[in-house]
Design a protein. Structure first.
Length: 370
């Protein structure tokens, strides 16, 4: 970690007093966030960073926007492009830095946008609407793409569909700049898959399920002609696994610690954070604690680069709460007063550009759901 300087970006909805993206300096040693500035972006519900760290992408009402990050991590808008659909909810970049992937919760669409070397966003390369019927009446029985993420080998794109309980796997055809459906990971009905993350070594996938309040562990092998996912484990996110009021809870945020040894998730309703230890050999999870987070609707979580602190964006209570993690006692201790911020939806933490080494961000913000 050395003397790297880190900046945190919190994406917010802007139907209240928030302007869009709140920028914070990060005090890594003490696990604190220092408010710096705000950037105007309409409903900046999610952000992503380019692989070289020079550019920040953001969801906005008009489509997606890109900003140049200066040596301090401050943002200067470059351009915006439409996505020929409803407002997106989640962004991801590919390993080569050629594409920006956009998940559409409202219209069930996956969009591929070309990214230029000068940082600007180009034209839409592809757009795929999901089809199918779900099983949860509240979600109108239709597709809701909640998360998109390339596999670590950059061969495939995983599109997590919260509405039809599926993860659609697309091959990335870089010659034609198109997505080709090659497989579907069918999840239990009414489970509500929300986010997918991969282990540091790329061998395992972790999927968070919003409605069944669990994390499922899969092995991943992309060495063959088609991707192979095998279910290995299911673990609860709840403090009481068979809580009769579990229907009121919703697993919400998922983040892998920078050391690759721990996985954290948040659960709205009971408003808790859970920590799991990852077995390096098997990828399996062992729950270490589920504890309250002093906020309402913890929509996203980030782990500081020292692995010793966490910050949680609480959407309904309009706060960010920060904690120190005690791995020996398996507890968290609040280490700063809550930061007031209206409707936070996502939180990311990255080094400033000159300290950037093209690693994964220290969090994966969660897609919006309305």
């Amino acid at each position: 970690m050395g003397n790297k300087k880190y900046v945190a970006y919190v994406g917010t909805y802007t139907y209240g007093t928030s302007k869009g993206i709140q920028v914070y300096d990060v005090d890594v040693e003490n696990g604190k966030l220092i408010e710096r500035s705000e950037v105007n972006v309409s409903n900046a519900s999610h952000t992503a960073v380019s692989k070289n760290g020079k550019y920040l992408y953001s969801i906005e009402d008009e489509g997606v926007a890109v900003f140049k990050r200066d040596e301090n991590g401050d943002l200067v808008r470059i351009n915006s492009v439409g996505i020929d659909g409803m407002r997106g909810c989640f962004l991801a970049t590919d390993v080569d830095g050629r594409y920006l992937y956009v998940a559409g919760y409202h219209d069930g669409k996956v969009t591929v946008v070309h990214t230029h070397k000068d940082g600007s966003l180009g034209r839409i390369m592809d757009g795929v609407f999901h089809k199918g019927l779900g099983s949860v009446a509240e979600r109108n029985f239709r597709p809701h793409v909640n998360c998109v993420r390339p596999t670590p080998d950059n061969k495939y794109l995983c599109a997590v569909d919260n509405g039809i309980d599926q993860v659609k796997i697309y091959r990335i055809n870089k010659r034609r700049h198109k997505l080709e459906l090659v497989d579907i990971l069918r999840c239990p009905r009414e489970s509500g898959p929300r986010i997918i993350r991969f282990s540091a070594d790329g061998k395992y996938a972790y999927i968070l399920f919003e409605l069944s309040n669990e994390i499922k562990v899969y092995s991943y092998d992309g060495s063959g002609n088609n991707p192979e996912f095998e279910l290995l484990q299911s673990v609860s996110t709840l403090s009481k696994q068979h809580d009769k009021d579990a229907i009121h809870n919703a697993a919400s945020g998922l983040a892998l610690a920078p050391d690759g040894k721990h996985l954290f998730c948040t659960t709205a309703g009971e408003n808790t954070v859970s920590m799991y230890e990852i077995d390096a050999e098997t990828g399996l999870l062992e729950k270490k604690f589920t504890l309250p987070i002093s906020g309402d609707y913890p929509k996203d979580i980030v782990i500081f680069p020292d692995n010793q602190h966490i910050a949680i964006a609480n959407h309904a209570s309009n706060t960010i709460t920060t904690f120190k993690v005690d791995y020996e006692k398996n507890i968290i201790v609040m280490n700063d007063k809550p930061h007031k911020i209206e409707t936070p939806n996502s939180i990311h933490m990255w080094p400033v550009p000159q300290d950037f080494d093209a690693v994964e961000p220290l969090a994966d913000a969660e897609a919006e759901q309305e």
